[in-house]
Ligand binder design. Structure first.
Ligand SMILES: [Zn+2]
Length: 123
């Protein structure tokens, strides 16, 4: 399941980020992740709803249990082959806004990227 791979990657990245935070702030003891903000590639063929369900499943029993997963679409950097116009797509409408050509180039747009984390220390 593609969603599972993406979610596990995010949870790994989140755990690493919390460990770094803990190393920098040793006085904070138990940390809990409150919110994980992610960007989903424009052409990632996954449903936000499925991702969220997967996240809840895999977060159980980890420090991310109960955390909110905030998803937003990552704009896709494109370049028009016809007129050379560079632009960012935020919708799946693959046409150049300058000349209307559908001959456009882009890289990526698939993954799920960790943007930020909100953590809380438990007393
Ligand atoms: Zn163009």
């Amino acid at each position: 399941m593609h969603e599972a791979t993406l979610v596990l990657g995010i949870l790994d990245a989140a755990r690493e980020a919390v460990e770094e935070h803990r190393a920098a702030h040793p006085e904070e003891k138990a940390l809990r992740i409150q919110e994980i903000e992610c960007e989903l590639g424009l052409i990632a063929s996954v449903e936000a709803q499925t991702l969220t369900a997967c996240f809840e499943l895999f977060a159980e029993g980890t420090m991310a249990q109960g955390a909110t997963l905030s998803l937003r679409t990552r704009p896709l950097d494109c370049e028009c082959s016809a007129c050379g116009h560079a632009f960012a797509l935020t919708q799946r409408r693959f046409a150049c806004p300058n000349c209307g050509s559908e001959e456009i180039h882009f890289n990526g747009g698939h993954g799920l990227t960790l943007v930020s984390l909100r953590v809380e220390s438990e007393e």
